[in-house]
Design a binder for this molecule. Structure first.
Ligand code: HEC
Length: 93
């Protein structure tokens, strides 16, 4: 992905009683080379349903979103992205 690319994924929760509620918003932003090599220079941000930010890579609550980078690094051979729709995929950077 080029620098500045952003990916956002919404989510919802289902309780044991079958009720649903909004879940966190998951955001990835491609930063400049050297921002954070370990995360593939992706900035991970988790926004809670009330609008508060749980954490953002390299900023407030950075440790809270380390697990994002850890799991997404399993697919570092495809720019740390999992199931991006085929029409948005490229074979080069
Ligand atoms: C245990 C592994 C795991 C963790 C932890 C994780 N993700 Fe993901 N993420 C996935 C998988 C698998 C997908 C693709 C399936 C889907 O969209 O649900 C995905 C998809 C995404 C996408 C859509 C782009 C893509 O790669 O397909 C974004 C954006 C995203 N995650 C952000 C985050 C953020 C932000 C965090 C931390 C708050 C996080 N993820 C934590 C496994 C993980």
């Amino acid at each position: 992905m080029p620098v500045g690319a952003m990916m956002a994924k919404d989510s919802f929760m289902v309780t044991a009683g079958g009720k649903t509620a909004p879940g966190p918003l998951f955001v990835m932003e491609k930063m400049w080379k050297g921002f954070n090599e370990e995360s593939g220079n992706w900035k991970y941000t988790m926004v809670m349903p009330d609008g508060s930010v749980f954490g953002t890579t390299g900023g407030k609550g950075s440790a809270n979103v380390q697990f994002c980078a850890d799991c997404h690094s399993a697919v570092d051979d495809q720019d740390h992205l999992y199931f991006l729709p085929k029409e948005y995929r490229t074979t080069s950077n």
